[in-house]
Design a protein around this ligand. Structure first.
Ligand code: WTA
Length: 676
């Protein structure tokens, strides 16, 4: 462990980093087995060695042909990584493991119902099923290299099989989160010009069997109305005969995969030799405008990057059982359930259902039964698990060596519970900061080398050189105690290549703000704008405050919503907290706070005061909240994110918009009643 990490924070910093005084060290046992411990790391990955240091990542893969050039900047800022190299992602995730590991479990599939059988798919079985399905895609659906296909499926083994079969053929997959509506799915079909949609009949969620195919019948109709005909709807059946929509077969369009596959028994499909820069997939994400954008990820750069991140930051060894609780329909699932773990020949866990079904011990039972060694989830889930079953982890016999958090800033209080109770004080934690667009991590600690600091993601991962600019393009130095826009100085292979069909929006959104010369072919002129506000401490650790639009400006002072929420969470009774800006004629905005309580606690005026006081004590009067509301639950999306937008609208007496897509739409009126 290098001494330089254990620096003292300056007084000014302590004032700002009010809860970040603690560092935690990895255990000697973890360090001993870690994939990456190297005192020369900083030199090896210094900008002086850019871009050549990334060849190390690419060498983790198997190539048909090595690249001619590491980084081609001729179409700046649409970077081409490993130009001229040839490889196949499906080959790298499956075929290359067969010689030594064909009997090893590639995927453990855990259905939500505990009465259903857990499936353990070996690498050989994955190989067979991917080949047969690839034959179906090519011969029955007429798909070929470069075509786009939309996949709208729940968490199942068939979802990675479908993705890897596409990758085998060089077909660009666009996976749409299973919980998205028909109209969201149709938008994505239209934007990607998909003429094939792949779905599944049904799945369990919260103990209920949901009819899924019916959603996609509707999606096909909506897309067709906009001029994008879906020629083929491929339907995987998990529960043949159970759902009524299965009877509504559109002749000529619908193909029941289970039946059709019989034609391809024993088929083997030679993987396409893809150029590194050819696209592997699209992943739609929301931006500042209403229209979702299709982040286009390339084959060689993306796969090299997620494989390296899985190895060095996730510390995956081939003998690990790795469980990432995200949905494959999001980028985290693509990179850290499917491509990264499989490229490293690990066993990856796919769990169908919600973490607390049928009880608060479910996750820990799964971990115990499968011998999970690495666990990966989001602060939202950690808070939920802490709320419903704070003492559950202790009842189960599992042993994590490594845990990940991703997706939003984690409050130090929650981090410490995760560490002490879920990790039993033994597991290392990496707080990974990144985005759909970035393919893999931007900031995180190298777990065997760098100290953990609750509430901070950490420095840039090896190869990533973050920089924080103020509005005028002046660099905010580490330890200045000031927030700014976090950018990445250098390109990296995991970065998306463009927005599908919209290069101009790509350049404008991510590169324009700090670009000095729009004609430059020099990567130094094109810092990547993440759209997040962040602070860099004197030790080089980065604390992400949230999206630029999540920063509340009170009397000209910037306050991160997460900062206030962390303060509220120091009150032991508080389970969840969300702050929203309320318009104020003098101050611009002031924060208003919503909290929900842990079980066994009742709302009271005293408790509201206690929360309000905690914020003033922790941050200062500047953060004093206009009101503190104790609500029965937060409005949440189906993926569990708190919808601050809805709370903001309630606080500002505005239009809450369409809330029917929330997981709990009924809560909105209840909260309105309390605020009015
Ligand atoms: C936020 C998810 C703080 C950030 C992988 C980013 C985080 C957005 C963290 C991307 C983290 C992600 N700490 N904030 N560890 N990870 N974010 O595209 O605002 O769903 O811009 O990708 O989530 O969300 P996305």
């Amino acid at each position: 462990m290098s001494e330089k990490n254990i620096v003292e924070t300056s007084a000014a910093e302590i004032a700002v980093h009010w809860q970040e005084e603690d560092y935690f060290a990895p255990s000697p046992a973890f360090i001993h087995q870690a994939n990456l411990v190297d005192e020369t790391l900083a030199d090896r990955f210094s900008l002086d060695n850019f871009p050549d240091y990334y060849t190390e990542f690419a060498e983790l893969l198997t190539w048909y042909k090595y690249w001619d050039e590491v980084l081609d900047t001729s179409d700046a800022p649409c970077w081409k990584w490993f130009r001229g190299g040839k490889l196949n992602a499906s080959y790298n995730c499956i075929d290359r493991h067969l010689a030594k590991n064909k009997n090893k479990t590639a995927i453990h599939f855990v259905p939500e119902l505990e009465t259903e059988r857990v499936d353990h798919i070996t690498y050989q079985e994955l190989y067979v099923r991917v080949n047969e399905f690839a034959a179906l895609l090519r011969n029955s659906a007429g798909l070929k290299r470069g075509d786009r296909v939309t996949i709208h499926m729940p968490m199942s083994v068939e979802l990675p099989i479908t993705m890897l079969a596409c990758a085998r053929l060089g077909v660009i997959h666009s996976v749409v989160f299973g919980g998205f509506s028909a109209s969201a799915c149709a938008d994505r079909i239209i934007d990607s010009n998909s003429r094939v949609l792949i779905t599944m009949d049904a799945y369990y969620r919260g103990g209920k069997l949901l009819d899924h195919k019916t959603v996609d019948n509707e999606a096909c109709g909506l897309a067709e109305k906009e001029g994008q005909k879906v020629d083929k709807l491929l339907v995987w059946q998990r529960y043949p005969g159970k759902m009524s929509s299965n009877a509504e077969i559109v002749e000529g369009r619908d193909v029941i995969v289970n039946d059709e596959l019989k034609k391809y028994y024993g088929a083997r499909i030679e993987p396409e030799q893809m150029l590194a820069e050819e696209p592997l997939f699209l992943m739609y994400t929301s931006g500042t405008t209403g229209k979702p954008k299709g982040a286009q990820h390339g084959t060689g750069g993306y796969l090299a990057y997620v494989t390296a991140m899985s190895k060095y930051i996730q510390d995956i060894h081939p003998e690990d059982v790795y469980w990432c609780m995200a949905d494959i329909g999001w980028i985290t699932g693509h990179s850290f359930i499917v491509y990264g773990p499989l490229a490293l020949c690990a066993s990856t866990v796919i769990y169908e259902g919600i973490p607390t079904y049928p009880d608060a011990g479910r996750c820990w039972r799964i971990a115990q039964d499968l011998g999970v060694s690495i666990f990966h989830t989001a602060p939202t889930a950690i808070r939920a698990l802490r709320k419903v079953g704070p003492d559950e982890p202790a009842k189960y016999n599992y042993n994590f060596k490594h845990m990940t958090t991703v997706g939003e800033p984690i409050e130090p209080e929650v981090w410490k519970w995760y560490h002490k109770v879920v990790g039993k004080g033994k597991a290392v934690i990496v707080d990974t900061y990144w985005q759909t667009e970035t393919g893999g991590f931007l900031c995180a600690t190298v777990p065997g080398m760098q100290l953990m600091k609750p509430g901070s993601a950490g420095p840039g991962v090896p190869g990533i050189h973050p920089i924080i600019y103020d509005e005028n393009g002046t660099v905010i130095p580490p330890g200045a105690g000031k927030a700014g826009n976090i950018c990445i100085q250098n390109p990296w292979p995991g970065c998306f290549q463009t927005i599908w069909g919209n290069r101009e929006r790509f350049v404008d959104t991510y590169f324009k703000m700090y670009n000095k010369n729009p004609n430059s072919k020099d990567w130094r002129d094109w810092p990547y704008l993440t759209g997040d506000a962040a602070m860099e401490a004197a030790d080089g650790y980065i604390r992400v405050l949230g999206r630029i639009d999540d920063v509340i400006n009170v009397s000209g002072h910037r306050l991160g919503t997460k900062e206030i929420e962390s303060a509220a969470l120091t009150v032991p009774e508080v389970a969840e907290a969300a702050v929203v800006p309320v318009i104020h004629e003098v101050k611009g905005t002031e924060p208003e706070l919503y909290v929900s309580l842990r079980p066994g606690f009742e709302p009271s005026a005293e408790l509201r005061q206690k929360v309000a006081d905690a914020i003033v004590t922790q941050i200062g009067k500047i953060a004093r909240c206009k009101n503190v509301y104790i609500v029965p639950d937060m409005p949440k999306t189906r993926s569990g994110k708190i919808m601050r937008r809805v709370l903001g609208a309630i606080s500002n007496k505005g239009d809450v918009g369409n809330v029917m897509t929330l997981a709990n739409p009924e809560i909105v009126d209840q909260i309105k009643g309390m605020v009015d």
